[in-house]
Design a protein around this ligand. Structure first.
Ligand code: NAI
Length: 729
């Protein structure tokens, strides 16, 4: 294409005008890997739109991007700053400004086509929705949609209203409430995009559409007289019922913890009966209200600030140069070892996978074979790529094959002597520079390092199960772990696409230690005679993904009992037996109820139908007490975890509040609406949290007693995440 190229707004958006009179508006924010909406890029885009509309030589415009994705949504830093620093009227003006810009495109008498060259999310997809036509690419990795609800927000640039008008209530609602992103093929089926073509044909297809566009195609359905959204009408009895049912379902899932979900349902309901321009104002008002809620602000901080910081390795030792990782060893090809080998090979690193004999090692590799096969069937991987991944894994029983490894991860049985033995065998062939990591879930790293010749090169790399799905790796620094080992471990975690948090060595590290308090509190409630069903409801209502007693069954009561016994041995007289450890011991030893896998735990697992609480459970505990309000139980379950997380900060187990929050949310699904346990304390307020702990301590025991350190923080109003207070509107 010849023609002119114009740049607008410090080069964020380019306008190329072709000889055929078709303009390309190309998003390409300088110095960033993805395009985002921020004041500069929006101003640049507005200038390009002005030019297209004002220049009679331009027939229409293709909106596209020069990055691998289209537009990722609003700039997170901008959004967070707005939430904290702008008044409600200022915010409303900003949001309405974006809506007006998008509406100008929609009402233009020249065609605008969104050529979605890759992922288009949130505000980026809302821009596309305002265009007259959307073309996606045939790319299994591209996604389009409005994921705002997943970070406690809602669409604010017309998304809720255009979804409603394009899809109808019943189809739009779940997409909005779950923040679902769709592959282009699915978006096409749903009617959110109009075509999907191979990447190389995207611009040509857009040009063709513009060339053939009739004036009628430039008037959206909802701007034609007599339009009503498709599907159910909320003004009818049937429609009212559908809304009520959808609301009940949403409340059941979210337990009322997410204000954005209620707002989405309200704005879809209210937006149905009014013209789009009125509906957009409604959406903007709700958006502003939601953006300023503590839930949205906490979730945004965790997802937009803490998470990217961890992913960028903000805490990596700065004076250690990055050294590539070409080959690693994995000791133990069991459940964890096989998963670690798979994600490592998928990231392009060669893996020596060792087990006690060749057959066991090969069985570990079979896991990757099955995973790759499934990925090929889903078109996430080509057969050639799958072969390459598999080719990187060498299963063997021969430790000599570990020669030349940059890193070895041990994932053999949880047994100190065995771990010491395999550490010695590996070190005998490893170079002096190699790092040795243990995936132990319970054994302190400094103790394991005692068996190593080079304890400064020994570290903990705690993966979660299933390895492929769980995004977090907890890196544990032993007493003697050096900076080079930490840097290598962090580089590795980033390389395999996971999020690292860094913690210091202690029993249970950070995640298992805090997570254990949740389970423990549930069992203590049970032992105190609280109705089991009420305990379970309280866990779910607190926003925990799995209720405490159900979780005991999942983890297995037998394993919890084993860890308790091991802790008793390790701690000696310092170990305190509690009503919870006694109840677990009785379940396992006397009742033979060891957990879900055995079909018998706190629940019964009938072959047919759903699990149900074991009817004799109440008999195990003390006398049944009158049911306390569920809000009290919910507070107990969250406060005990938050308090333990705070203790980890106090003791220096975890040094970064952001790490503590993402470790909790990604590691064991800690109530996401809070942003994490330390965000929860900030949300409650430092002084109010201390007061709540004192009240709980008086009623339920000394485990709730806040330390002098925490009390001092409460008195001074110290936040774990200092931030600017919301400006009064
Ligand atoms: P697993 O029992 O599935 O696998 C252990 C593997 O180690 C087996 O394949 C076994 O044959 C192999 N092994 C035993 N002795 C060996 C030797 N001398 N040389 C080479 N291989 C040997 O156990 P899993 O669940 O994979 O756990 C492994 C480690 O990961 C344990 O330390 C565990 O605490 C830890 N972990 C487990 C998690 C889980 O959810 N299962 C989560 C996080 C850590």
């Amino acid at each position: 294409m010849t023609g002119v190229t114009l740049e607008a707004g410090s080069g964020s958006v380019m306008l190329r005008i072709g000889d055929d009179g078709i303009a390309e508006i190309v998003w390409d924010l300088p110095g960033r890997s993805v395009n985002v909406l921020n004041p500069e890029s929006l101003a640049a885009f507005a200038a390009a739109v002005d030019r297209v509309l004002g220049d009679p030589a331009i027939r229409g415009a293709i909106v596209t991007s020069a990055k691998s994705g289209f537009i990722a949504g609003a700039d997170h830093a901008w959004l967070s700053a707005l939430a904290a620093g702008a008044t409600a009227p200022e915010l409303l003006e900003t949001v309405m400004g974006v809506q007006t810009l998008f509406r100008r495109i929609e009402k233009a008498s020249k065609p605008f086509v969104a050529a979605l060259n890759g992922t288009a999310r949130a505000g980026g997809f809302e821009l596309a929705l305002a265009c007259h036509y959307r073309i996606g690419v045939d790319d299994a990795n591209a996604r389009v949609g409005l994921p705002e609800a997943t970070v406690g927000l809602m669409p604010g640039a017309g998304g809720s209203q255009r979804y409603l008008r394009m899809l109808g209530v019943m189809a739009a609602m779940p997409l909005l409430l779950e923040g679902r992103l769709l592959a282009p093929g699915d978006a096409l089926k749903a009617g959110l995009i109009d075509a999907a073509v191979p990447p190389g044909e995207l611009l040509a297809a857009a040009r063709r559409w513009i060339g053939a566009a009739k004036p009628d195609a430039l008037v959206k359905r909802w701007d034609k007289p007599g339009f009503v959204p498709p599907g159910v009408d909320p003004r009818t009895a049937q429609g009212a019922n559908a809304f009520a049912a959808a609301h009940a379902l949403q409340r059941k899932r979210s337990q009322g913890n997410y204000p954005a979900l209620d707002a989405i349902q309200q704005v879809v309901y209210q937006g149905w009966v009014v013209p789009l321009d009125v509906a957009l104002k409604l959406e903007a008002k709700y958006f502003v209200k939601i953006l300023r809620t503590p839930v949205a602000r906490a979730m945004m901080r965790t997802h937009f600030i803490s998470l990217p910081r961890a992913n960028k390795l903000a805490r990596r030792p700065v004076d250690v140069a990055e050294r590539g990782i070409a080959k690693i060893g994995v000791l133990g090809a069991g459940m964890m070892g096989a998963g670690i080998a798979h994600v490592t090979a998928a990231a392009g690193i060669a893996v020596v996978l060792i087990d006690r004999d060749q057959a066991l090692a090969a069985r570990g590799k079979d896991h990757t074979q099955r995973q790759c096969q499934a990925a090929v069937e889903k078109r996430r991987l080509t057969p050639a790529e799958a072969d390459r991944v598999l080719g990187r894994i060498t299963p063997t029983a021969d430790y000599a094959a570990l020669a030349g490894c940059d890193l070895v991860i041990e994932a053999v049985f949880e047994d100190r002597a065995l771990k010491a033995d395999v550490t010695g065998q590996a070190e005998a062939v490893l170079g002096a520079d190699a790092v040795f990591a243990s995936n132990t879930s319970t054994l302190p790293i400094s103790g394991l390092a005692a068996a190593a010749r080079r304890p400064e090169r020994f570290i903990g790399l705690h993966f979660f199960s299933p390895v492929e799905r769980m995004p977090l790796v907890e890196i544990i620094r032993g007493r003697q772990t050096g900076a080079a080992a930490l840097a290598r471990a962090m580089d590795f975690v980033r390389r395999i696409g996971k999020t690292p948090i860094v913690v210091n060595d202690t029993r249970g590290f950070y995640t298992s230690r805090v997570f254990a308090t949740y389970i423990d509190e549930g069992v203590l409630m049970l032992a105190a005679g609280i109705a089991p069903a009420l305990i379970e409801n309280a866990g779910r209502s607190a926003g925990m993904p799995v209720a405490p007693l159900a979780l005991c069954d999942e983890v297995s009561l037998e394993l919890i009992h084993k860890v308790n016994r091991q802790t008793a041995v390790d701690l000696g007289p310092a170990f305190r037996e509690t009503a919870a450890t006694r109840l677990i011991a009785r379940m396992v030893e006397r009742e033979g109820r060891i957990g879900k896998r055995a079909g018998r735990g706190f629940y019964d697992y009938p072959a047919e139908g759903r699990k149900r609480l074991w009817p004799d459970l109440a008999g195990l505990a003390g006398a049944r007490v009158p049911s306390p309000p569920i809000a009290d139980l919910k507070e107990r379950l969250l406060a005990i975890q938050a308090l333990e997380a705070a203790r980890c900060v106090e003791e220096g187990v975890i040094e970064d509040a952001g790490d503590a929050d993402i470790g909790a949310v990604l590691g064991w699904g800690f109530a996401p609406w809070t942003g994490g346990p330390l965000s929860y304390i900030d949300m409650v307020g430092p002084a109010a949290f201390v007061a709540a702990c004192e009240r709980l301590a008086a009623r339920h025991g000394e485990r709730f007693v806040p330390s002098a350190w925490l009390k001092a923080r409460g008195e001074q109003g110290d936040l774990f995440h200092p931030m600017i207070a919301t400006k009064a509107s």
